[in-house]
Design a protein around this ligand. Structure first.
Ligand code: CIR
Length: 254
């Protein structure tokens, strides 16, 4: 799949008060801004035209734009994020996405869905059931996408926060897999690139055009992805990891 654009949102001062389950400490806001700027540069390096939205102080987690929409080649789906403090993030997406899409669909209560629970593998979407995405939300998503000829498989999660916390698609039938997904029947038809428990944060990597962006400091994953023939870009993600964020969460790519 060829991507040409991305949408990101700068973190605001309120970022440090966002949701987290990690015990890695409070993010350093200035460093988060630097890491975000490096992220934008990396997206540009992969060939994307990047729309940078201004920080929205009302929503501490709004830099994790991936959760508020799912963008496909045929339509945009505005989600209904499962965390109450994040739900209002979709209001701004309703203003931004019509710049890029004529066809916009919505997940509606009692359905909830976070974009971090959705992974696209060519014409097939996988949707994780998590603390943020419920069955009703996943079923609505399947009904919407089937109208556009996509297939959707629902995957109940056991441990991971979001589906893409532990899995990424690199194209050519190759998946990066960690933890509960390694032996899962659901993904058995694909080629596997397995990352071990100690480095499972690096399973959240992003394949864009000729590149794979991975978090910095995961040498074994870097080697595996380089050996598989990809150009690797490494980015320091320390301040986003502190708020349970990974590389995919910081952008919508389309
Ligand atoms: C949250 O709890 O919603 C944010 N602190 C982290 C969201 C990460 N997003 C993602 O994995 N797609």
């Amino acid at each position: 799949m060829k991507f040409s654009r991305a949408i990101v949102r700068k973190p605001g001062n309120s970022y440090v008060n966002g949701l987290t389950t990690s015990d890695l400490g409070t993010p350093d806001f200035e460093l988060a801004l630097k890491q975000h700027a490096a992220y934008v540069e990396a997206l540009k390096q992969t060939g994307l035209d990047v729309t940078v939205l201004e920080a929205d102080e009302r929503f501490p987690d709004s830099t994790f734009v991936e959760d508020s929409a799912v963008l496909t080649e045929k339509c945009a789906v505005i989600t209904n994020p499962g965390a109450e403090s994040r739900n209002g993030e979709i209001e701004d997406m309703k203003l931004v996405l019509p710049r890029f899409y004529d066809t916009i669909e919505y997940i509606q209560a009692p359905g909830f869905l976070d974009g971090g629970d959705v992974m696209q593998v060519d014409n097939h979407f996988y949707v994780g059931l998590s603390t943020r995405t419920n069955e009703e939300g996943a079923i609505q998503f399947r009904e919407i996408l089937s109208k556009y000829g996509y297939e959707v498989t629902i995957v109940p999660l056991k441990e991971f926060f979001h589906l893409k916390t532990g899995i990424a698609y690199l194209g050519n039938d190759l998946l990066v897999l960690a933890g509960e997904f390694i032996d899962s029947e659901v993904f058995s038809q694909y080629k596997h690139l397995i990352v071990e428990k100690e480095v499972e944060y690096s399973a959240n990597c992003i394949h864009i055009n000729d590149y794979v962006i991975i978090p910095k400091g995961f040498e074994s994953t870097k080697k595996q992805i380089t050996d598989a023939g990809y150009n690797v870009i490494e980015l320091d993600m320390s301040e986003f990891r502190k708020q349970d964020g990974g590389l995919s969460c910081l952008s919508l790519r389309f």
